[in-house]
Design a protein around this ligand. Structure first.
Ligand SMILES: [Zn+2]
Length: 317
């Protein structure tokens, strides 16, 4: 599990939080003058409106003192608000999409669920109270020959990978792209022999960690409902990077979670979740990579990437 501030973590562990720190600064600076970090929130349906009003009020406590405890208990259970955009067939789920733990409907709240067990609340990104939840581990082969070959393969197709990334999330700018590639080197991402090209973009999105969004002046939306952070997560079947390519029939599901600004933590927790939705299409996008809209690459950016591409292996492996 990666923890942003824990620099003593074992070398074989993903440090998405470390990247997040770098990216937070990059996005913050870019938001002042560039397009880095701009997010197309139109693709996400906010689930905020589905939440019921608070079940406990000071008025109720005063008028019905004997009934306050159950209401307080209900209010304290972390809720999973089901996105309205997910097809009705999936609207009666028994399993949390993110962590795969059992969930049950919350009484009297349409489209709202909770984990069956409290430990699941603590572990799931939708409900955790931690701002540094479990990250992907990285237990690749660290075979330098595989690393070199896979890295070269990525370098040869980097603009196609970048174009797919931008299709999955337009806010993924070049600065962020290079930061997560530096992370991928440290994690020895390229030494997974079974790595598939079509899964690289989703994996880089996940490894990017929490990504800060630029400030907006949208006065129509209360600040408490404005997305200020976004993060991508694989479903609960992926604990190690290798699980993305492990023995399985299909690629793991990818989810995008939007968060409001946390008041008391440096990164959001489950309490700040505004919306979440599956992000489909990576495989199709990769198949269509040669006809995707080209991403404009500045000359300076090309030099930066070429420097990354030439980086001697002894510096990165
Ligand atoms: Zn969950």
């Amino acid at each position: 599990m990666a923890r942003a501030a824990n620099e003593t973590e074992a070398a074989g562990t993903a440090r998405a939080g470390h990247v997040t720190g770098a990216e937070g600064g990059a996005a913050g600076s870019a938001s002042g003058g560039g397009r880095e970090g701009v997010v197309g929130t139109a693709s996400l349906v906010s689930t905020q409106g589905m939440q019921s009003p608070p079940t406990t009020t000071s008025t109720r406590r005063r008028s019905l003192p004997g009934r306050t405890l159950p209401a307080q208990r209900r209010a304290s259970v972390p809720a999973i608000v089901w996105p309205t955009a997910i097809p009705p067939d999936d609207a009666a789920p028994e399993q949390c999409p993110l962590c795969h733990a059992a969930i049950v409907a919350m009484p009297g709240r349409v489209g709202v669920f909770r984990h069956r067990s409290t430990p699941s609340d603590a572990a799931c990104v939708l409900t955790t109270a931690a701002y540094q939840p479990s990250e992907l581990s990285a237990r690749g082969s660290r075979d330098p020959r595989i690393f070199a070959a896979q890295r070269r393969r990525f370098v040869d197709q980097w603009q196609q990978h970048y174009a797919v990334l931008r299709q999955l999330w337009p806010g993924f700018g070049f600065t962020r792209f290079m930061a997560v590639l530096a992370c991928a080197d440290v994690l020895s991402l390229w030494s997974y022999a079974s790595m598939r090209d079509e899964d690289v973009a989703p994996l880089l999105l996940v490894l990017a960690g929490f990504m800060r969004l630029p400030e907006t002046d949208d006065a129509s939306e209360p600040a408490t409902r404005r997305a200020r952070w976004v993060r991508f997560w694989f479903d609960g079947s992926v604990r190690d990077i290798g699980d993305v390519w492990g023995a399985r029939d299909a690629a793991p599901a990818l989810y995008r979670v939007d968060y409001r600004e946390p008041a008391a933590t440096p990164f959001p927790t489950g309490a700040q979740v505004l919306a979440w939705l599956p992000v489909d299409g990576a495989k199709t996008l990769w198949a269509r990579r040669d006809v995707l809209p080209a991403v404009r690459i500045e000359t300076a950016q090309r030099f930066i990437f070429e420097r990354f591409a030439r980086m001697p292996l002894h510096e990165v492996a």
